[in-house]
Ligand binder design. Sequence first.
Ligand SMILES: NC(=O)c1ccc[n+]([C@@H]2O[C@H](COP(=O)([O-])OP(=O)(O)OC[C@H]3O[C@@H](n4cnc5c(N)ncnc54)[C@H](OP(=O)(O)O)[C@@H]3O)[C@@H](O)[C@H]2O)c1
Length: 269
Amino acid sequence: MDLQLIGKRALVTGSSSGIGVGIAEMLAAEGASVVVHGRDAGRLQAVHDRIAARGTPVAMARGDLAIAEEAQAVAEAALGAFDGIDILVNNAGGSSDEEAKSWFAVPLEEWTKTFEKNVVAAGRLIHAMAPAMKERGWGRIIQISSAAGTIPTSAQPDYGPAKAAMVNMSLGLSKALAKSGVTVNTVSPGMIHTEGLEDFLRQFAARRGWGDDLAKAADYILQGTGQTVDRIGRVDDVAYAVCYLASPVADFVNGVNIHLDGGGSSSIY
Ligand SMILES: NC(=O)c1ccc[n+]([C@@H]2O[C@H](COP(=O)([O-])OP(=O)(O)OC[C@H]3O[C@@H](n4cnc5c(N)ncnc54)[C@H](OP(=O)(O)O)[C@@H]3O)[C@@H](O)[C@H]2O)c1
């Protein structure tokens, strides 16, 4: 299937590690010109060089999206790289703490930080890029939320609500951009195998006295998710969904939230 992404210009935030790398690499493999983004200069350069080595047009934008001036600089660098952005993937984010802290153990300042780097960061880039997409009559905005956004747990009261806000924001924005040719959709991953997840599993196993048995920790957590697919998600699982939503062939899909969680969602939508 031809996803018709050749020549499209994409910014993937948070593509210096984890899921964002996979999204950026797959969009590039499909022929898009990609701006990779992150804060860590070394990791960002490495991802850039890997994509460039394949001969695909790629550029870098570095900065902390939780800081208004840096987010503005990131937007300007990305818009300048290929003279515009057609596809914005708001993937940067995560929780403020590596460990899943219990509800009352998360200080309120962390709530603010988590909202800044997930919700406000996405809003900043939307403000910077959506008007030009609308004017051109074509664009794609894809937000990476989380299963935690629609399946609240008794931990991380900063993270789940922030990710829920992203789903809400996407649907509202799809209505604000109605009939403009710009679609706005969300992908909500469950547990996805990244280095960050490995760190989390390592800490989880150590706390329970399981040593370095990451498989045991993963299995334990997997049982609790109610997944109907018996494996942890892969970065490519998310990247495939994003590439589809980013493509012209998905122009009838607007305002949806794809639950990419191995069947772990316990609702009918
Ligand atoms: N992995 C999972 O199981 C999972 C599940 C559900 C949802 N998600 C969501 O998927 C997205 C990617 O997660 P991941 O697991 O791939 O995480 P990750 O490996 O920790 O990568 C996060 C990326 O976001 C960037 N980032 C974080 N805070 C930033 C900020 N304030 N300003 C600019 N960039 C920032 C990081 O940049 P630097 O490292 O360069 O600083 C990095 O490139 C996140 O939004 C996360 O909430 C992940």
